[in-house]
Design a protein around this ligand. Structure first.
Ligand code: JHZ
Length: 387
């Protein structure tokens, strides 16, 4: 049974950057977050129709940061290049590009990105991941040695169907590798902005273990990653394979910090509410002091923040982002203009709220001159402050 613990209010499509003429038709939903007593899964109270988020106009490009390009290259280099590999949610090809087009296939429901990997020579199925698609892939390409998904599985509402389809397509010795934001890190860092329409679930290892097991799979290894504010890379295979010590270690740690207990999440909700008051207060003070405040990185995460906290162009003048598909548009819901860093990031900016706080090291290095000149970043992770 799902028990709601947090209400993040009325929210738009997190990556639904829009032109002025789209404002009247903008879609909103209520973002409630719940704990499922049976599986221990943290999940949304209602799910947004995936077709409203993942379609031919999708704007998020995985290859926009060096951190992520390097991250995927390092992983790809550890995988046997001769294995048969399938990627679910291949986006702009940031991971799959490291494999030979003869051995690698991909699934990508955003048509604009599916076309990109098709152009690169990969067989790409421009569809959502389903059992029917898994059956078709098995018929055409056979069972797969590796099924990989990065920042994708937590985007799919029906996890039982997802895992069953993976199990059916894996070869007998095959491995399912997937990585998504870690619930432990979200709770520890108060990074509640990881919760938005595209993330219907935030995974603990405990919940994944329960869900995978009831679909014929088991976790054999967990790697704790620093990317995206703290993620877990899960290795799973058919039930009966040996698990290493990292699985139990992660589950024990999660039990210690209370991720199997509804009360823990009620406490988290109190901290989220406090963070909202602190951020609005800090930005209001900056405005009253006549400072120029912008936001750095037009992220899905910042859509949650701005809409939950009611932060609009009066507090954040504009957002800079390197993604061409976001520039010239307005942010979802609060309609803050998005422009390129070349246009908007310069010495006249006093403070920049870090929408992309997960790339803080890369960004601080890149903007070291601005920082030397007195510029300061603001973040709410783990508490609201200048960083
Ligand atoms: P970033 C997306 O979340 C959506 P978002 C998705 N649901 C998901 O799970 C994660 O990604 C993985 C820009 N930028 O990665 C580029 C700069 O402008 O935090 C991006 O638009 N300058 C699939 O949207 C944004 O910031 C820079 O120097 O929260 C970062 O988005 C850098 C480094 C980035 O993901």
């Amino acid at each position: 049974m799902k028990k709601e613990f947090l209400d993040l209010g009325k929210q738009p499509i997190a990556n639904g950057f829009l032109y002025k003429d789209g404002i009247d038709d903008e879609y909103f939903f209520n973002l409630g977050v719940a704990f499922d007593e049976e599986t221990k899964l943290v999940t949304q109270t209602e799910y947004v129709d995936p077709k409203l988020m993942f379609n031919d106009e999708y704007v998020y490009r995985g290859s926009m940061s060096k951190t992520m390009r390097d991250h995927f290259e390092i992983l790809a280099n550890k995988i046997n290049p001769d294995c048969k590999i399938l990627e679910i949610g291949s986006n702009d090809g940031v991971f799959i590009k490291h494999f030979d087009t003869k051995n690698a296939i991909s699934v990508e429901p955003c048509g604009n990105f599916a076309k990109e990997t098709q152009k690169m020579g990969y067989t790409t199925y421009d569809e959502f991941w389903t059992q029917d698609l898994a059956n078709l892939i098995e018929f055409k390409h056979g069972k797969q040695d590796i099924i990989f998904a990065a920042n994708c599985i937590c985007h799919i509402p029906d996890l039982d169907q997802t895992f069953k389809a993976v199990e059916s397509l894996l070869s007998d010795t095959g491995t399912f590798i997937f990585e998504d934001p870690s619930l432990a890190e979200v709770i520890n860092n108060n990074s509640y902005d990881q919760i938005y329409d595209e993330h219907p679930h935030i995974f603990s290892v405990i919940a994944l273990d329960n869900l995978l097991k009831r679909n014929g799979l088991q976790i054999t290894r967990v790697e704790n990653l620093s990317v995206h504010g703290g993620s877990n890379r899960i290795f799973a295979s058919r039930i009966g394979n040996a698990a290493d010590e990292t699985v139990e270690q992660n589950k024990v740690y999660e039990r210690i910090i209370g991720l199997d207990d509804y009360i823990r999440f009620k406490r988290f909700a109190v901290r989220v509410n406090q963070s909202k008051d602190d951020l609005v207060r800090l930005l209001t003070n900056c405005k009253n002091e006549g400072k120029k405040v912008i936001s750095y990185g037009a992220t899905s995460k910042s859509t949650t923040i701005f809409n939950y906290c009611g932060i609009g162009p009066d507090l954040i003048q504009y957002i800079t982002d390197t993604t061409p598909e976001k520039q010239g548009k307005l942010s979802p819901g609060m309609h803050i203009p998005v422009i390129s860093p070349e246009q908007g990031f310069h010495e006249n900016v006093d403070y920049a709220y870090l929408g992309a706080w997960n790339f803080i090291n890369e960004i601080k290095e890149k903007e070291s001159e601005w920082i030397k000149g007195g510029g300061k970043f603001i973040s709410h992770v783990p508490i609201v402050r200048f960083v």
